[in-house]
Design a protein around this ligand. Structure first.
Ligand SMILES: C[S@@+](CC[C@H](N)C(=O)[O-])C[C@H]1O[C@@H](n2cnc3c(N)ncnc32)[C@H](O)[C@@H]1O
Length: 277
């Protein structure tokens, strides 16, 4: 990748999510998603299509399941899941453009009776009764949320016994990272970095039994490289939509993610756990 990782002076707050969800239907954004992921679920994460396809089985989702997604983004993957499996799904995300987009997509797909999307900050208590869901998942979201143990405890509370959770964390520390790299890597919002083993410890403390922790760092590096490249090819159209500064800052962010994951200085893990009682 040619774009260098620059320092904090160059890495002002970058708008990723408003642009991605507000411009969801723009053809250039659709092309970038297709070229990055191979299949377009409206992703703004490091989840490969292969990883997405494993989620229903890892969560043991069935047609009669009630599923919770924390940080659904555009809503595209949630709707794909609800449509292919036939389950009911509620999604929570803090981003207003994402909520509008997801509910619009649900209406267009005539799935509003089975998939509902609400604007919520998931660092607060979840507004659901105990034992409301059979499965809960969160792709590349918990790194944005303070109080991970509380979030995991809330996931535990709202799940039925035997219910599964799945979440990923792309900010597990793997090596030396400079303050400039941290500034660029965190330029799109609030972030929490995790020491290795901490998610496993918190999963246990929240009352879950860990089923698996899979290192998916290489996939994150691949997605970051493809995302950066797909945007670079469409520079003019994206600058028109995002503005020059935001375009450049987002490219620096993606380049930084690629460097840090390719060199395994930041690691991404996918966790699956079960509520046993
Ligand atoms: C990396 S994106 C992932 C989106 C989606 N899961 C995907 O795979 O494409 C992170 C998402 O977390 C959401 N988010 C960040 N902080 C949040 C919070 N405190 N409560 C709810 N959602 C949050 C953002 O709005 C964004 O949509």
């Amino acid at each position: 990748m040619s774009t260098p990782t620059k320092g904090p002076a160059d890495s002002g707050k970058v708008n990723l999510y408003d642009n991605a969800y507000g411009n969801y239907a723009a053809e250039v954004y659709r092309q970038v998603r297709l070229e990055t992921y191979g299949e377009d679920f409206g992703q703004t994460s490091w989840v490969t299509t292969a990883e997405s396809s494993e989620i229903p089985e890892l969560l043991k989702v069935r047609p009669d399941s009630h599923v919770l997604e924390l940080g659904f983004g555009s809503g595209g993957y949630a709707l794909h899941l609800a449509k292919t499996v036939g389950c009911c799904l509620i999604g929570l995300d803090i981003n207003v453009s994402g909520v509008h987009n997801a509910n619009r997509l649900a209406a267009e797909m005539e799935m509003s009776d089975r998939a509902r999307f609400e604007q919520r900050d998931i660092s607060a208590n979840l507004s659901f009764r105990d034992n409301s869901f059979d499965a809960a998942f969160s792709n590349d979201v918990l790194c944005h949320v303070p109080g991970r143990l509380k979030v995991l405890r809330e996931m535990h509370r709202v799940l039925n016994a035997g219910g599964r959770i799945l979440f990923s964390d792309a900010l597990v520390i793997g090596g030396m990272v400079s303050h400039e790299e941290i500034a660029t890597r965190t330029s799109i919002g609030y972030y929490v970095f995790s020491p290795p083993g901490e998610n496993e410890r918190l999963i246990h403390e929240a009352g879950f039994r860990l089923i698996g922790a899979v290192d998916t760092t290489e996939n994150a590096a691949t997605i970051a490289r493809r995302w950066h490249g797909a945007r670079e090819k469409r520079r003019a159209a994206l600058v028109d939509l995002e503005g020059e500064d935001n375009f450049e800052s987002l490219q620096r962010f993606l380049s930084c993610v690629h460097t840090l994951t390719a060199e395994r200085r930041l690691l991404r893990y996918l966790y699956v756990a079960e509520r046993s009682s």
